[in-house]
Ligand binder design. Structure first.
Ligand code: TYD
Ligand code: MG
Length: 447
């Protein structure tokens, strides 16, 4: 493996390179990069392995100060891994990483925080709000990648944070910071060092709402883990999602709250999202959703009202528009609800998202409830996928969902009939198993 790393060399300046490039990044000469040594064939000796012969190297992990962050990463930061933390400017990326850096430093680990965006005074001011720090945490104000990596060698930290990848540059590349070429080349240099020195590297990448900044997007396939921080303007809650993870599960998420003293974990997010829910108002229902492997109770709100324009509006937030189209079609076809001339608004309050089909039934019931102006029972939580034939299909994690609803005081849960039996043995919540949308509607109207 070690050989493969630098298997090309620049015949002009002698720089060793991991892969062939048209232009040597070290001296800038074109067409000078050649294989460093003729490839040696290993002859007729087999060097393939059967799966059970492949040695397993356990990943070395370190816990993070936030239990939830450790959990979503699959048990902490993996040594030598490269992590990208994306998010809009101002969402709290620097705050989170500084808190992680400070906590690690206080546990005796060396952390190098490269502040390519802010000056050390600004970082220090922020750090003062967040707690105590010590000499294990060092700041480096530098944008040249070669210099940063040199400084890393001198300090040899266990964790290095680059805030942000869009502001660092390779001196030899003519393009300006933040361009795709710069961001990609810088990341590939950092990755090499992360792997060869077993240093955990965390890169910050700014992403705008429409994902228009090409930089971080192009990095997603290069890094080991992609985290995304989301939050609504004016709301203190932040969602940290795992979009990719070579060392653990994806689709996991943690909820944090931005306070005066930085970010804090929200231990019981279901309770938080139910605090302000509407009771006795048509168009509102609680869904027992699944976020990654964790159940979360959320309110689903729908508002159906006569449209004053020719093209009725379909406005939604926190849901998948394709699934909503399915649900609207099912409501029209199987429940005989005419929606053509109506504006339809669907929202998951608190800036949350439902990304799995298990949320379908809740959306459908909320929609019909608003359509008929009839509120749904406040003691009812629901989940289940709606099929195009009007059937209710099973959803993942039925027991987790039911337990979460029970824990938060719901007395009954409407769920796919195929899931109902699973939960009766282990929960006391009353299961209302349904097999079709007609049945679901019928039952919900008599609660
Ligand atoms: P920041 O971490 O600078 O965002 P990013 O690095 O993603 O651009 O977060 C900035 C916001 O967080 C800013 O609006 C102030 C707020 N904040 C707090 O509310 N409390 C705090 O303790 C800190 C440090 C920041
Ligand atoms: Mg920042």
């Amino acid at each position: 493996m070690a050989k493969e790393k630098e298997s090309y060399v620049c015949s002009s300046c002698g720089a060793l390179l991991p892969k062939w490039m048209g232009k040597c990044p070290s001296c800038g000469e074109w067409n000078t990069v050649v294989p460093s040594a003729p490839k040696k064939r290993k002859g007729h000796h087999p060097h393939y392995l059967s799966l059970d012969q492949v040695p397993i190297k356990g990943e070395e992990r370190r816990e993070l100060p936030f239990q939830e962050c450790s959990r979503i990463l699959g048990g902490g930061l993996v040594r030598g891994s490269l992590i990208l933390l994306g998010g809009e400017p101002g969402v709290g990326k620097s705050t989170l990483l500084l808190q992680i850096a400070m906590a690690m430093a206080s546990q005796g680990e060396k952390v190098l925080y490269v502040c390519a965006e802010e000056n050390p005074q600004q970082v220090k001011l922020r750090a003062e709000r967040l707690g105590r720090t010590n000499h294990n945490l060092c700041l480096l104000q530098e944008t040249q990648i070669e210099e940063i990596l040199l400084q890393r060698e001198l300090f040899s930290p266990e964790v290095m944070i680059m805030d942000s990848i869009q502001t660092v540059v390779l001196e030899d590349l003519p393009s300006s910071p933040g361009t795709v070429v710069q961001v990609r080349e810088a990341t590939s240099k950092i990755m090499e060092v992360a792997k060869s020195t077993n240093t955990t590297m965390i890169l910050v990448g700014h992403v705008t709402k429409d994902g228009s900044l090409a930089g971080p997007k192009t990095l997603e396939h290069m890094v080991d883990t992609v985290l995304q921080m989301e939050g609504e303007k004016g709301q203190p809650y932040r969602i940290l999602r795992v979009l990719k993870n070579r060392y653990g599960p994806t689709m996991e998420m943690a909820i944090l709250e931005m306070t005066e003293r930085g970010l804090e974990e929200v231990k019981d997010p279901s309770a938080l999202f139910l605090q302000e829910r509407l009771i006795g108002t048509p168009g509102s229902i609680v869904v027992a959703s699944l976020q990654g492997s964790k159940p979360l109770l959320l309110e689903v709100q729908a508002l159906v009202s006569p449209s004053s324009i020719g093209m009725p509006r379909r406005v939604m937030a926190g849901v998948d528009p394709t699934r909503i189209s399915f649900i609207l079609a099912v409501a029209e076809k199987h429940l005989d609800i005419q929606l053509q001339n109506l504006d339809i608004f669907i929202n998951i309050p608190g800036g949350m998202r439902i990304t799995e089909p298990g949320g379908d039934l809740a959306v459908l019931l909320a929609l019909v409830s608003s359509f008929h102006e009839r509120p749904l029972s406040q003691d009812l939580a629901v989940f289940g996928e709606v099929g195009l034939g009007g059937e209710i299909r099973r959803a993942k994690g039925a027991l987790y969902r039911a337990k979460e609803a029970e824990k938060h005081g719901f007395s009954q849960i409407m769920l796919p009939i195929t899931d109902a039996e699973k939960i009766t043995k282990e929960t006391k919540i009353k299961p209302l198993g349904v097999s079709s949308v007609q049945e679901a509607l019928e039952i919900s109207e008599h609660l």
